[in-house]
Design a protein. Sequence first.
Length: 143
Amino acid sequence: MTDLELAYIAGIVDGEGYISIITNSYITRYGNPGKQRIMRAGVGMTNPVIPMMLREAYGGTISFRKNGELWKDRYDWNIYSKKALVFLKDILPYLIIKKEQAELAIQFQESKVVGVHLGLYEDIVQEVRQLKIQELNKRGKTA
């Protein structure tokens, strides 16, 4: 993608996109509960052109959400983990509103990619990053 296209996409992410760290719960093969944190980025739009363009350029998935009578139907493009890392690094220089979320998500994913696992300490660091992004994404007035 060109610099102009990346700047355009960053503007869309600032307005219609989301960057988060989600937690998936699972049961291990030994029957023990476990949690896995995963970085996610995406865009939700009523027109499928941009989500399809992003899927073509970066991979990921597109889901269709039928929203009933009050809202228009929506196309959500989602990308996870290493692919999301590439995407966020590409648009980071152009982000304004979601720049801090992207920086935290990049730090989160890079620590996983490098294979840094320092046990409880690393788990706490990752949880702090997740909570900070959730706080930045919170809607409504701040106290």
